[in-house]
Design a protein around this ligand. Structure first.
Ligand code: GRF
Length: 215
């Protein structure tokens, strides 16, 4: 089994894409645990509905951020995880957390990094007036949205876009790209940067096992 932990803070639409497209369907992938730093969010309900264990780590329960991250890392390690997948996890993790999972923590950002990092990549791209934005899957390192890029997909900005319309197409792109990249990780098709390099190699030449969803 290739075991994922998914870290969320909210709605969990990316988590739902993993449940629908990957979980126990593709390349021996299993979501072993869903971790949230916020209680009561929709993403936790999605996990529970799929029979996936959940754990909640609100900062209010821990005097220090490092204590929270240590508890979270312990819970994740206990599941024997292969890949830590941040999907709408809206907090920065401490170096202590990342050291526990070297080169095994990935994130998705709703813009073409290094453009528009931060909490509102969609709104910032819209306000700037770019004609093309997109989504980025990247390795997580210290700092916000700064790790080496794994994959990107462009999303055109239309003249009549508002935040909601653009967000809908950004999220659709995320739900395509992120499960595919996780599938490629599970199949050993992602080569991490050599020392002194930031270039991640992704061999996307094989057909995907992901079955298209028709609703
Ligand atoms: C996504 O847009 C992702 O790029 C960003 O947070 C959002 C999470 O959405 N990091 P969801 O919780 O998966 O619906």
């Amino acid at each position: 089994m290739y075991r994922l932990v998914v870290m969320i803070s909210g709605g969990g639409s990316n988590l739902q894409a993993f449940i629908d497209k990957l979980h126990k369907r593709v390349a021996g992938i299993e979501i072993a645990l869903v971790v949230s730093n916020v209680a009561g969010v929709r993403g936790l309900e999605r996990a529970q509905a799929a029979g996936i264990p959940t754990a909640v780590f609100p900062l209010a329960d821990y005097p220090l951020r490092a204590d929270r991250d240590r508890a979270m890392a312990d819970a994740i390690s206990a599941r024997g995880v292969d890949l830590v997948v941040m999907a709408g996890y809206m907090a920065i993790v401490t170096p202590l957390f990342l050291e526990r999972f070297p080169d095994r923590v990935i994130n998705i950002h709703p813009a073409l990094l290094p453009s528009f990092p931060g909490a509102d990549g969609i709104g910032d791209a819209l306000r700037y007036g770019v004609k093309v934005t997109g989504v980025t899957v990247h390795l997580v390192e210290e700092g916000m949205d700064t790790g080496p890029v794994i994959a990107q997909r462009p999303v055109p900005v239309r003249d009549d876009d508002d935040h909601d319309r653009l967000a809908e197409r950004i999220h659709a792109a995320e739900h395509q790209l992120y499960p595919r990249i996780i599938e490629l990780f599970a199949k050993g098709k992602v080569t991490l940067p050599a020392r002194g390099s930031r270039v991640v190699l992704v061999d996307d030449s094989e057909p995907t096992e992901i079955v298209p969803q028709f609703f």
